[in-house]
Write a protein that binds this ligand. Structure first.
Ligand code: TRP
Length: 333
């Protein structure tokens, strides 16, 4: 008997180069899901317009994100890799869902509060309704699961509430998506301030490793990473947040548990450990970087992938949208 594959949906903004955190926390694991699940990976270009973008850079970044997905090993025949603006259903469903979302729900969103504090000169409507578009992304594809970081939990909760609200009024229409949090996928923190998540938008470049950083840069940044008092390589998130973060990184790269990392570095100094982490990361990224360069140069191939996959995405999304249009009372042919 064939069991129906579950659907996974994930969106990534093409708003900058990806970091080691994106790779170890998400992308590396995505390749392990491609046979078991029906996976949609969406480059959410529409979401990025909530803050001002340079048009040429935005276009480049969308291509480069696709190249990076492919370089990380995502097979474009097994995963639907596509660009949000290529499938008009996202904007369409977003309008409908917006009419079922309360102002209060959007006002409570911590990301809206943070972003409007940071971009006070441009607190636009899109920034406010951003989570509704995200809900549309997810619900259009009847996703069962959404891999997300902690910062997106509140947004996913809204998507779940909207799905339930709509289903209660009109009958079963949307699958109510679950967060997909995988054991073993490491949460990678800043190298200089290990209490904060590693983020590409950080002002200090020593805080993050970009997937496109050179080997030299990678090794240097790890050399500069903050450590803690004491001298042993021992896992303790409270007492040794810096070392624990480096251990998580090393463990994720080498497929080792914390105990395994402790054992490997027993009796060695922080300096030796940091050097080993830097080299291990550079080694694991090298083949990804080579493939990334190759894919980036083959624009015709990238366009082919996007065109074909946007058709597949459109077919799935328009089925849901048609059902919604019928249920709310539009004339549908
Ligand atoms: N808001 C997400 C982020 O900034 C990106 C995103 C958009 C997303 N649509 C999505 C993530 C749908 C998961 C599912 O990280």
């Amino acid at each position: 008997m064939e069991i129906k594959k579950k659907t996974i949906f994930s969106g990534i903004q093409p708003s900058g180069t990806l970091t080691l955190g994106n790779y170890l926390g998400a992308l590396k694991n995505f390749t392990e899901l491609q046979d078991e699940y029906n996976c949609y990976y969406c480059i959410v270009d529409m979401h990025t317009l909530t803050v001002r973008q340079d048009p040429e850079k935005l276009r480049e970044r969308s291509y480069s994100l696709l190249a990076l997905y492919l370089a990380c090993g995502l097979d474009p025949d097994k995963n639907v890799l596509f660009v949000q603006s290529h499938v008009p259903c996202h904007a369409e469903l977003s309008w409908i869902l917006g009419c079922y979302t309360y102002m209060g729900e959007l006002q409570r969103m911590t990301q809206f509060k943070d972003k409007s504090a940071r971009h006070q000169d441009n607190i636009n409507g899109g920034l406010f309704t951003y989570p509704v578009l995200m809900a549309a992304d997810i619900l259009l594809y009847q996703a069962d699961m959404v891999p997300i970081g902690a910062d997106q939990k509140q947004h996913l909760e809204l998507a779940r509430n909207l799905a339930e609200r709509f289903n209660n009024i009109y009958g079963e229409t949307f699958i109510v998506p679950e967060p997909f949090i995988r054991g073993g996928s490491a949460r990678i923190m800043s190298l200089q301030e290990p209490s904060k998540k590693m983020s590409k938008s950080d002002a200090n470049v020593n805080n993050f490793i970009l997937l496109t950083d050179t080997r030299d840069d990678i090794v240097k940044k790890f050399k500069k990473a903050v450590t803690d008092s004491g001298s042993e390589v021992r896992y303790d998130e409270n007492e040794k947040p810096g070392i624990s973060n480096l251990m998580n990184i090393y463990g994720a790269v080498k497929n080792l548990t914390a105990a395994g990392v402790e054992k490997e570095f027993e009796g060695l100094r922080y300096g030796d450990f940091k050097k080993a982490v830097g080299e291990a990361v550079a080694d694991v990224l090298a083949p990804v970087q080579d493939r990334y360069r190759e894919f980036s140069e083959d624009r015709a191939f990238l366009d082919k992938v996007l065109k074909r996959n946007s058709e597949i995405a459109f077919e799935a999304a328009s089925k849901t949208l048609k059902d919604v249009y019928e249920k709310v009372g539009f004339i549908v042919y």
